[in-house]
Design a protein around this ligand. Structure first.
Ligand SMILES: [Zn+2]
Length: 124
């Protein structure tokens, strides 16, 4: 069984699991002509079957997200910016080349709030 890590800051031994819809991120160029899209949370959403993903950069998230104790508390309080800054500080310490990643992290965590489907479940 793979070791679980926090999906927000990569810390080992996450304590909570947040149920989420699986989703992917891609660019407008993946939209086929006449693809039906819905707008929610400032994003355009389309069904995977309506996309042409071979040409576009994609990021995929499957199922639930795990969170360590510290991230869980920030999520629980809705502290998205604090969560972003915390993960950013940790990632940048590991690899200083990641100093451009702040916006990407913030964007990913905002998306997380869109795809959450229910309350967190403790990981045994
Ligand atoms: Zn964490």
């Amino acid at each position: 069984m793979p070791t679980l890590i926090c999906d927000f800051c990569s810390a080992p031994n996450p304590i909570m699991e947040y149920p989420c819809r699986s989703f992917g991120l891609t660019g407008e160029q993946a939209l086929k002509p006449d693809t039906p899209v819905t707008r929610q949370g400032g994003f355009q959403w389309a069904k995977e079957k309506d996309l042409c993903l071979s040409s576009a950069t994609t990021f995929q998230s499957l199922g639930s997200w795990a969170a360590c104790d510290a991230c869980h508390r920030l999520i629980d309080q809705g502290q998205i910016e604090a969560l972003t800054q915390r993960a950013f500080a940790i990632f940048r310490q590991k690899d200083p080349r990641l100093n451009q990643a702040l916006d990407d992290l913030r964007f990913t965590f905002l998306l997380f709030y869109e795809v959450r489907t229910g309350p967190p479940i403790p990981i045994p």
